[in-house]
Design a binder for this molecule. Structure first.
Ligand code: AMP
Ligand code: MG
Length: 369
């Protein structure tokens, strides 16, 4: 295994880099692995406009976003798209006292009325939780807190503590009817695995309504690549090498969301010297360690790409392959600790390794095998 050592050294990391023009790189800095001091150097919101092109950076949902768009009226369109993301954050934050999710999590088991946005993401998340046999479970917040992933005070919880906390988890214990929802006292909902993807769809929709047909939205590494890049041609996204510096390959996309989940960004090294990362196996409460380093999902909808990348990461290689064969309406790139790259057949021609020597590590997942 060459992977872990190299990857763990990275403080700045990201899943996807973006190539606006062939051969010209424009890497967006990672939000997930960024130190607080570095965060401070970013403007809270900045708009820069050149003719028919605008770019807007802002912080939301615990991460940095960069929206770029091309066409007339892009500046106001981007601001509206940003405002929509901020609106959703205000509803879904697990830490803001006025958010619907906070009210639900601190409602002592009371029935709570949700806005349509929150009811909609609840429905979608529960649907994927069921479809993935609970690999996606939005009720792990107290377990994530025990590991310190919600507070940044990381520690290894005792096995007994995890067992007790797991008694209060389980997506199937969420009761919902229409816009109402109820969770047992002690349970807490967390939309961290799906919210950015959903917000990306909403932002993209706003730009589309404004007639903007060429835009690239990067929500903390979740990318929505709409239309084609200025001058024509597909967008070229760099897929991060999860166990090293730079990119492992380039993916060409148009009108797709591209979302990566991995264990190489938000993690800590415990007192026992082992590394523990932020995606948990809902059946054990422990961070997933199954030989995968990253999972990238490519599909039309950001919310689906986001939910599935987390779920497939939890499943591991074999189950993820089986899941895809049963539901082949998306593409994926799975990268293992041994730097083996597994691609679904739909992207065999649109993904290429940066280092041609790595091409021998590519395995194509086909429907029929
Ligand atoms: P992502 O980066 O989209 O893969 O989402 C990871 C985030 O989702 C974590 O930081 C947690 O907040 C949360 N999470 C961790 N494990 C799970 C899981 N098995 N199901 C749902 N959410 C999870
Ligand atoms: Mg996700």
């Amino acid at each position: 295994m060459r992977g872990n050592g190299r990857a763990r050294k990275k403080a700045l990391a990201m899943g996807i880099c973006i190539f606006l023009c062939s051969g010209n790189t424009g890497c967006f800095p990672s939000q997930k692995g960024m130190e607080e001091s570095q965060r401070g150097s970013y403007p809270e919101t900045a708009v820069s406009e050149k003719k028919e092109q605008a770019e807007l950076d802002f912080f939301a949902m615990n991460t940095y976003h960069t929206f770029s768009a091309y066409g007339s009226g892009v500046d106001t369109a981007l601001e509206e798209a940003r405002d929509r993301v901020l609106e959703l954050e205000a509803k879904w934050s697990a830490t803001e006292e006025n958010s619907e999710i906070f009210q639900l999590n601190h409602g002592n088991g009371e029935v709570i009325s949700l806005s349509c946005d929150t009811a909609d993401i609840r429905n979608f998340t529960l649907e994927i939780a069921e479809k993935t046999d609970g690999a996606l479970d939005p009720t792990l917040y107290p377990v994530l807190t025990a590991w310190g992933f919600t507070t940044k005070e990381n520690q290894i919880p005792k096995a007994a503590e995890l067992q007790t906390l797991l008694e209060n988890t389980g997506w199937e214990k969420v009761s919902s009817e229409g816009n109402q929802v109820q969770i047992p006292e002690g349970m807490e909902l967390d939309l961290g695995a799906v919210g950015k993807g959903y917000a990306g769809d909403e932002a993209a929709e706003i730009l589309k309504e404004k007639g903007i047909t060429s835009d690239l939205l990067n929500l903390g590494g979740n990318v929505q690549a709409i239309g084609s890049r200025p001058g024509g041609g597909s967008w070229r996204l760099g897929i991060r090498d999860p166990s090293g510096e730079g990119n492992i390959g380039i993916l060409e996309v148009s009108d797709q969301a591209v979302v990566t989940s991995g264990n190489y960004e938000r993690y800590f090294v415990g007192e026992d010297g082992n590394t523990y990362a932020h995606i948990l196996d809902p059946s054990t409460g422990y961070p997933v360690k199954n030989g995968l380093m990253s999972v990238t999902v490519i599909t039309k909808e950001g919310k689906k790409a986001d939910a599935l990348s987390t779920s497939l990461f939890v499943m591991g290689l074999e189950k993820a392959e089986n899941f895809w064969r049963a539901h082949p309406d998306f593409d994926m790139i799975l990268i293992t600790e041994e730097d083996e790259i597994y691609l679904t057949e739909g992207i065999r021609k649109t993904f290429a390794c940066e280092d041609p020597a790595m091409s021998k590590n590519i395995h194509i997942i086909e429907k029929g095998t």
